[in-house]
Structure formats: C-alpha cells, structure tokens
Design a protein around this ligand. Structure first.
Ligand SMILES: Nc1ncnc2c1ncn2[C@@H]1O[C@H](COP(=O)(O)OP(=O)(O)OP(=O)(O)O)[C@@H](O)[C@H]1O
Length: 257
C-alpha cells in the first residue's frame, strides 16, 4: 500500500491544568519522511499517539487520507499504521516469526501466507531467515529493533510512526538501522513520522523537520532551510546543534582527517 497523508488541525491535549499540545496544525503529504524533534516534554510523543488513537485530543482533529481517525473502530485504524517505539515491546514467550506474524494472524491470514510474509519481512529488515525461530532474548538490541520494524510493517501499512526507535542503540547500530529504515520508507512508499531527540539524526534521515516546543510548532521545514523563519534563540540553538558538532569535530580531528 502507498503512504497516506496525515493532517493535524488545531490539535490540543491537556493533562490536568497543563497543556501538552496547544493547537498543532500540520499537513504531512503522502510519501514524506518527517522528523519530530524538540525538548523533553514538548509534546512529541503525545502528537504521534493522536495519529493511531492511543491518545484522543481534547480539541482539533487528526485525519488520515482525509478521514478523521476518530471514525470507526481503533483496531481497523491501527492496522493501517505501523508503530515502532524504543522498548520494541516484543512478546518474550513468542518466537521472532510469531511476533512478526501477530497482525497477519489477527487478520486471519492462512499459515502459508503468514510464513511467506514473515520470510519476506526478515529479508526486508536484513535479518537471516534462521532468526525466525529464535526468542527475542536471543537477539541483540539492534536485531530486536529490526524485528519491531518488521512487525510494524507486517500488514502493509501506508504509515509508519516511530517513537525514539533507535534511542537505546549504540551509535554504529543506530546509524545503520536509521539508513535501512529510510531506504525501506523509500522502497515501500511509506509516510513516516519519527520522534527523535537527535537533531543530527533528523537532518540525516528526514525530508522535513518539525520542531515542537511547549506543545506548539516552533519550526517546520526541510533540514537545510529550517533556520530561515526562526527567531527564538533556544530553537535556533537546537537546530544549529549538528552544525556546531560538525565544526567541533572538524577542529578536533583536523582538516582532511
Ligand atoms: N499520561 C500523562 N499524564 C499526565 N501528563 C502527561 C501524560 N503524558 C504526557 N504528559 C505530559 O505532557 C507533556 C508532553 O509529553 P510528551 O511525552 O508528549 O513529550 P515528549 O516531547 O515526547 O517528551 P520526551 O522527549 O521526554 O519523550 C509533558 O509535560 C508530560 O509530562
């Protein structure tokens, strides 16, 4: 399935007296890879979870391909949306193949179709076929995260939501998995929204970066043009982090190193 457009219109969410989202409006065209960045507590996870209805806004609307996500049963909506988060959440007592096959089984796919899909997905996330029978505890963190991505894509969703998917991984695994996920996004024509703390990761992977701060959009644009409309010094400092790091690295490593 091709990606689906996501639209947020005036989305608000309050917890007690505190506003987690204070009126977010964004249109994510089908096929775009968006990174959602911002300080801790700025509302990134809350916004992401309004798409698959894990959180219901107090005001405003979220729609997928023009249809309000509040319409119809939540399980049907969630089958159209892959969801990957930092802790992966694999079932420890199920094998890798059974974990990946959870949604196909819920959809009553035949055993043959499910096992063919599992094999295809293992290949897609670059895990050897023999991993199918392993338990999650027998995998590294990066391998478990690959299984998490395979599981999220099992029912061919058009949308992939990722919440700090690489946060717990070492830098080399993080880099290679990030590149692989971006390649999958392109190959499958997905619409992807990824929450990350890492501005450099956002610059490297995303078509567009949206910066949230105190529950509102503080900056929004292609990585190279993100600074253009931003005057707030703290938001500018956040956006400039990768440039500062690159300059410091170049200084410490010496030119041409
Ligand atoms: N279930 C909840 N009950 C009360 N407050 C909540 C709840 N979930 C989130 N919040 C608050 O809402 C605000 C936004 O939280 P959210 O998790 O969306 O931020 P975030 O940008 O994803 O943060 P982080 O980068 O630390 O994960 C925070 O102030 C948080 O404390």
């Amino acid at each position: 399935m091709a990606g689906a457009a996501i639209e947020f219109v005036g989305v608000e969410k309050r917890y007690g007296g505190r506003s987690a989202l204070a009126g977010v409006s964004l249109v994510v065209p089908a096929g775009q890879f968006v990174a959602l960045v911002g300080p801790s507590g700025s509302g990134k996870t809350t916004l992401l979870k309004t798409v698959n209805r894990l959180i219901t806004p107090d005001a405003g609307r979220v729609s997928l391909d023009g249809r309000d996500v509040a319409e119809g049963p939540a399980p049907a909506l969630r089958r159209r949306i892959g969801y990957v988060f930092q802790e992966v959440g694999l079932f420890p007592h199920l094998s890798v193949a059974e974990n990946i096959g959870i949604t196909p089984r819920l959809l009553d796919w035949s055993a043959e179709r499910t096992s063919a899909r599992v094999a295809e997905l293992l290949d897609l996330v670059a895990l050897p076929p023999a991993f199918a029978s392993r338990a999650p505890a027998e995998l590294s963190g990066g391998q478990r995260q690959r299984v998490g991505v395979a599981r999220a894509l099992a029912a061919e969703p058009g949308v992939l939501l990722m919440d700090e998917p690489f946060g717990a991984l070492d830098p080399i695994t993080r880099d290679s998995l990030g590149g692989d996920v971006r390649a999958l996004h392109d190959r499958l024509g997905l619409t992807t929204v990824m929450v990350t703390h890492d501005m450099a990761e956002a610059v490297l992977l995303a078509d567009r970066i949206v910066v949230l701060r105190d529950g509102v959009v503080a900056a929004d644009g292609a990585p190279a043009r993100l600074l253009e409309s931003v005057t707030d010094p703290e938001v500018r400092a956040l956006i400039e982090t990768p440039r500062r790091q690159a300059r410091r690295l170049a200084e410490r490593l010496g030119d041409g190193a």
